[in-house]
Design a protein around this ligand. Structure first.
Ligand code: 5GP
Ligand code: ZN
Length: 112
């Protein structure tokens, strides 16, 4: 399968790995939008949040557990933002489900 993030999980494309276990992989975004900008992804290929089903949703709960651990280890005690872009109009550029964990600066709402 020609998927950038599957290649990163497999090690075919190098990445700055932050965390890995049996079902989840986390690495630093190549174009960070905040001092801490980490992508947390399932090892199974799920195209987007629109493809979450009763069969695969447990990995999403686990991703949020991992996000809390990573935020703590990155020292994000003041808070952080977790973002998922789902589909083209939301700006999803890589079609492998991923959550952006960002921190280390102030964020505006609803964007930026
Ligand atoms: P999206 O726009 O789909 O929500 O997020 C995709 C993210 O993947 C972007 O923030 C982009 O900077 C990041 N990205 C794209 N290609 C690579 C890459 O080869 N390595 C890493 N570490 N991040 C990437
Ligand atoms: Zn993939």
């Amino acid at each position: 399968m020609d998927c950038l993030f599957c290649k990163i999980i497999n090690g075919d494309i190098p990445s700055s790995k932050v965390y890995e276990d049996d079902t989840v992989f986390a690495f630093r975004d190549i174009e960070p939008q905040a001092p801490v900008h980490i992508l947390i992804i399932p090892k199974i290929h799920i195209k987007s949040a629109a493809e979450i089903t009763p069969e695969n949703s447990s990995v999403v709960a686990h991703i949020f557990e991992v996000a809390a651990k990573i935020a703590e280890s990155e020292g994000l005690t003041d808070g952080y933002r977790i973002v998922n872009n789902c589909g083209d109009s939301a700006g999803q550029t890589v079609k492998h489900l991923h959550f952006h964990l960002m921190g280390g600066r102030e964020f505006t709402w609803p964007a930026g």
